[in-house]
Write a protein that binds this ligand. Sequence first.
Ligand code: NYM
Ligand code: MG
Length: 234
Amino acid sequence: MSKRGAFIAIEGLDRSGKSTQASALIKRLEAANVPCKHIKFPDRTTPIGKMIDSYLQSKTELDDHVIHLLFSANRWELASSIVKALEEGTTVVCDRYAFSGIAFSAAKVLPRETTSKDGDSTIPIPTHVLSYEWCRAPEISLPAPDLTFLLEVSPEKAESRGGYGEERYENKEVQEHVRQVFDRIGEEIESSGVGKWVVLDADLDKDEVEQSVWDEVKPFIEHMGVSGPVRKLW
Ligand code: NYM
Ligand code: MG
């Protein structure tokens, strides 16, 4: 069997530069004559993707469980085409994947925080709407990335990049919760051995981040190779 393609995911908070880096990586791969394909989640072009788009733009309201399952279904509807491309030797670069799915949903807290008394001070206890385990379940068995980059951006830098947009989740408080879930996912991926998890400082200049991404991807593709069947998410 000829060498299969590598499955590379680029993850991070909003304004971390994921799309810029995914495009830059595709250009580098093309220049190196590596067959490659650029995909993105959510894929807003499918019927499910259109429902997601409408929700993100606050044109529709959906139960938190429902939107979580739609995001996951949006990956499942493309899962077999990802595996096919990889098996045909095409490297797939994916702008957001299942880890965003878990992180953004598990980060949701009820608008009113319950509090606990500690001496004179009141400590807020955020109540999560969906448990981490529940959010992770629909992602089980999706094709697993061989290499995932988490682009870490500070709130200050995200703000300086023009701030957040108008979509749902694009505010400091949500992003901070999402950051914490991403850290938990990274630890789990590392210890599970399903794929490699690389954290990069995305506050740096985009050319520096691009170089760091390439420094990981190049040897990965050239030397270690990507062998064996496409793995499944843990
Ligand atoms: N998002 C993205 C989720 O909540 N769950 C998912 O499964 C995925 C893939 O959608 N704020 C959120 C993260 C983003 C938003 O993504 C739209 P983008 O990359 O800005 O189009
Ligand atoms: Mg966005």
